[in-house]
Design a protein around this ligand. Structure first.
Ligand SMILES: Cc1cc2nc3c(=O)[nH]c(=O)nc-3n(C[C@H](O)[C@H](O)[C@H](O)COP(=O)(O)O)c2cc1C
Length: 899
């Protein structure tokens, strides 16, 4: 499930193991404030009060059936003295403690009788909250079940199963309370009944790059059945994530937990938890580590449920957000206030010229009528707000004094704090759909929400920006406003020449965008194995036919350098030949010797340049096959490069001895031992590319060159194990994938460019088709290819290409549809504007070429025409991006400012 909840149990045990102190959340006012005071004053330091709570209720009678509901809000014990803990736990959002919002949702489910809160703190901590909540929700019995050891959500449910199963309920809810959402419990219940389900999970969609921070759900779009569940996957599998709210049938969940326990106990030393009676006592071990072994719902149970049970997902389109850090209380406050506004809550302040709804003001607070508040502001009890004060998107806790003309924006002001006249306490907005509470500012990660701990003092006219201030701090100086004595022009690290550091790299979208505009998918980062691209635009490999004996020249550095410094997420170096006879022309770049890597204009040089700009660079490794030994295309589109101009027409090699057409050299068929030699040469080339420092390797399997000519029946006439059937024709490609992977680090991405079709179906003769491409794609994914770069054509002289804008994107989408999350897929070909690129990658809009979403957009010629294509596309989409320092300042921009 969500990272928060996944961490919940884990952190609990970790905290307990380390003897860390943890803190609790909001509840009954007096008691809670008392605890909070003790925490803030450090009184509780060193004592272990790690806290986790679960709720359960039972006895829901519906249509004559007995249904039980248990709800589980879990709190992570955070670090000792962590200000985040204090504020998150105690802040009242929209006028109420965060867990009150969960309880309100539970109360709307008909017939709920009991809620069990399961926690780690002393009973006294919750006494007042339970008393207050019991008055407010008299129909529900609220009980507190205390854990004496962190057990994990599943472990805790199992430990307290007798309490939960009292009254023989058939099903129960589990809620993690450190999320902010509308908790559509009745909708989940309906789905549960409609599907005769054993488990229902609440899911929501987030952006692709955020998804892997959570538990990801792959479901059947029609039946809503959960097919696959992975907690924080390493690469993208789905953007439908776990919200931390579940409905389980008792008959399903307890046996599932029991079998997870069994799995553990079957492994020596890995003991589950000592409190379960079902465990063999001989498995118990006394050391600290095993005592704290926890059983987590997300990691240990959910994926098994997906495999074997009637497990469904209810997808909420309503708001959902994780309350993970103190700063998350501000967006949570906004969401709950907006909800209160929509439902016409009487608790909100009346809108006026100075109250911009929604605003909550506690009846005991005093707000000067000239102060302007809102939207999304909560003012706590006994707060004083002076004349001319401006407060927006903020939480002001009890007993705070804000003097005249002060400004509070995107901030939390802790209890008893004082803010001086004309002072500014401000954070930076995060996008509404963002799940992070930090932002990148001037290349540095900072808090988006400014937080003052308890009893902080901010002097008159002092500005506090994007920071967290510990309790009792007096802020008198103008923080962050004084320039240091000397300002160094910081060099890029680890580079053999001086060049200014580019942080973040050019092409990175500002996060958040001005006015919190969402970042279009095209400008969202893409993580592939150990590599993260700052946007989803790749420079296509472009042969320059300008190399000298395989060596790059200043032309390459200049051509690639100008594009790379302007920030495509990845730049792919042109087709680079593994052997001299594998070049298309005598002026192609090669990688057949170490000299070509290390020499004056060796490949290392362009890699170092890219890395000096904080950019990523890949290399396309190639063999031209039967299309080798031609001349540069501007001289002739077909003429053979004869020996007198450096060609090798007598040593052109192919799958068979059939030439591409009458103008090309006649190839010699590669023998089986030649193929073995070729694979060796390929492996050596990959090793060199890795040594040169490239970030990505792409296998060239397109455009009629060697590997494409093997997979296609147009050019492959062999009768041995490399010809004939589909399996035989793709054998060499798969072997080359294996050879490549064997010689690459595990976290290095491998791409493969393929021609999706020969465009030769009209001939009525066998040719390579999109269907075969999709079939091959599945095999490539299994062998460790990460991204399929989908191009087309180039193998048949009879090809009839149907061009036009984005003409190859449809093929990419057909293949993506077939392989799904197993493989990333890109589109290339006549993609000329940012809007078109965004439409293709999202599958939305007139130019989308189909509804399927893609992962990366690749452009070639447009980059040659305009090396600043990334910038132009950003402008097309109204996205603010960072640009290299040397360029940006001339446009009057600060880092991240729009150019
Ligand atoms: C000058 C030029 C050189 C090219 N060199 C390569 C190459 O080395 N490897 C390759 O796979 N495709 C090569 N291509 C194809 C491009 O990478 C790209 O797929 C094609 O131009 C379509 O994309 P575009 O419309 O964005 O240019 C080349 C195309 C051009 C125009």
């Amino acid at each position: 499930m969500a990272r928060r909840s996944g961490c919940a149990s884990f952190s609990s045990s970790l905290a307990a193991r380390q003897g860390e102190q943890a803190r609790m959340s909001s509840c009954g006012e007096t008691q809670q404030h008392d605890i909070c005071k003790r925490e803030l004053s450090g009184e509780l330091r060193g004592t272990s009060i790690g806290m986790k709570m679960r709720w359960g209720s039972k006895g829901l009678q519906k249509e004559g059936r007995c249904v039980s509901v248990a709800c589980t809000p879990s709190w992570r014990p955070l670090k000792r003295n962590s200000i985040q803990t204090i504020v998150t736990r105690f802040a009242k959002v929209a006028g109420h403690p965060i867990i009150w919002h969960c309880l309100t949702a539970i109360a709307k489910v008909p017939h709920i009788e009991e809620v069990c809160m399961i926690g780690y703190y002393d009973e006294s901590v919750f006494r007042d909250f339970i008393k207050d909540a019991s008055k407010e929700f008299p129909q529900i019995k609220i009980v507190y079940l205390r854990e004496y050891q962190a057990l994990g959500t599943a472990g805790g449910l199992y430990h307290f199963r007798d309490a939960i199963l009292k009254g023989k309920p058939e099903r129960f809810f589990v809620l993690n309370a450190d999320v902010c959402c509308s908790f559509p419990l009745n909708d989940m219940l309906k789905l549960f009944e409609d599907k005769d389900a054993e488990a229902v999970i609440l899911g929501t969609r987030v952006s692709e790059d955020a998804a892997s921070n959570f538990g990801c759900i792959v479901s059947d779009a029609h039946t809503r059945r959960v097919l696959h569940y992975v907690e924080k996957p390493e690469s993208h599998i789905s953007n439908l994530i776990n919200c931390g709210v579940y409905l389980f049938s008792t008959e399903c969940i307890f046996p599932s937990i029991r079998s997870a326990i069994k799995k553990r106990t079957d492994r020596p030393r890995l003991v589950s938890y000592p409190s379960s009676e079902n465990l063999e006592s001989s498995y118990f071990q006394d050391d600290e580590e095993t005592k704290n072994e926890v059983l987590r719902l997300e990691q240990d149970i959910l994926s098994d449920l997906a495999d074997s049970k009637q497990f469904f997902v209810y997808e909420t389109k309503d708001f959902w957000r994780q309350i993970k850090t103190a700063g998350s209380a501000v967006p949570a406050n906004a969401l709950y206030l907006q909800k209160a506004l929509q439902t016409g809550s009487k608790e909100l302040a009346k809108p006026s010229a100075n109250i911009l709804s929604p605003v909550f003001i506690h009846p005991t607070a005093h707000v000067d009528p000239t102060a302007k508040l809102g939207p999304n502001v909560s003012i706590g009890p006994r707060v004083t707000v002076g004349a001319g004060v401006r407060i927006k998107e903020a939480i002001v806790l009890e007993d705070v004094e804000i003097k005249h003309d002060a400004c509070i924006l995107y901030a939390i002001i802790g209890w008893n704090s004082r803010v001086g006249a004309w002072a500014r306490v401000e954070g930076t907005p995060t996008p509404v759909n963002s799940h992070t509470t930090s932002i990148v500012k001037n290349g540095v990660k900072v808090q988006s929400i400014t937080i003052l701990g308890k009893e902080c003092g901010v002097g008159d006219e002092v500005r506090v920006q994007n920071c967290v201030c510990l309790p009792f701090k007096e802020l008198k100086r103008k923080h962050g406003q004084d320039a240091p004595a000397g300002i160094p022009n910081k060099p890029a690290p680890g580079v053999s020449f001086f060049t200014p550091a580019q942080e973040p790299p050019s092409g990175t979208a500002s996060d958040p965008q001005p006015n919190s505009r969402p970042i279009p998918k095209l400008f969202q980062p893409l993580k592939i194995r150990g590599l993260t691209l700052q946007n989803r635009i790749m420079l296509s490999p472009l042969c320059q036919y300008s190399a000298q004996d395989g060596h790059m020249t200043p032309w390459h550095i200049s051509h690639l350098g100008g594009i790379i410094s302007r920030g495509p997420g990845l730049a792919m170096v042109e087709a680079t030949a593994i052997v001299p006879e594998g070049r298309i022309t005598p002026q192609d770049v090669g990688i057949w010797s170490d000299e070509l890597v290390e020499g004056e204009y060796g490949l290392k040089r362009i890699v170092e340049f890219a890395h000096s700009q904080n950019q990523k660079i890949g290399i396309q490794i190639a063999h031209a096959g039967r299309k080798a030994s031609t001349v540069a295309p501007w001289l002739s589109m077909a003429a053979v490069a004869t020996e007198d101009v450096g060609g090798w027409p007598e040593n052109v090699r192919g799958p068979s001895s059939e030439p591409y057409n009458g103008d090309h050299a006649t190839p010699k068929e590669l023998s089986l031992s030649d193929i073995e030699e070729l694979k060796k040469a390929w492996g050596e080339a990959v090793k060199r590319a890795v040594k040169a420092g490239f970030d990505v390797i792409e296998i060239h399997n397109a455009h009629g060159y060697l590997l494409h000519s093997f997979v296609s029946p147009v050019s492959n006439k062999r009768t041995d194990k490399y010809g004939g059937s589909f399996e035989n024709r793709v054998r060499l490609t798969l072997e080359i994938v294996d050879v490549s992977r064997q010689n690459m680090p595990k976290d290095m991405p491998l791409f493969l460019r393929l021609s999706a079709t020969d465009w030769a179906e009209h001939t009525g003769k066998p040719s390579w088709t999109v269907e075969e491409s999709a079939k091959l794609a599945g095999l490539l994914a299994e062998r460790g290819v990460d991204l399929l770069d989908v191009s087309s054509g180039g193998n048949s002289p009879d090809q009839k290409i149907k061009g036009g804008p984005g003409y190859q994107a449809g093929f990419a989408k057909t293949i993506k549809k077939a392989v799904g999350y197993k493989l990333l897929v890109s589109a290339v070909g006549s993609i000329t504007t940012g809007r078109q690129a965004q439409a293709i990658i999202t599958g939305k809009g007139e130019e989308s070429m189909g509804e399927e979403e893609l992962d990366l957009i690749v452009a070639g010629r447009m980059f040659q025409k305009n090396p600043a294509l990334v910038w132009s596309w950003a402008e097309d989409l109204g996205v603010e991006i960072n640009v290299a320092n040397q360029i940006r300042w001339g446009f009057g921009g600060r880092p991240g400012a729009k150019k």
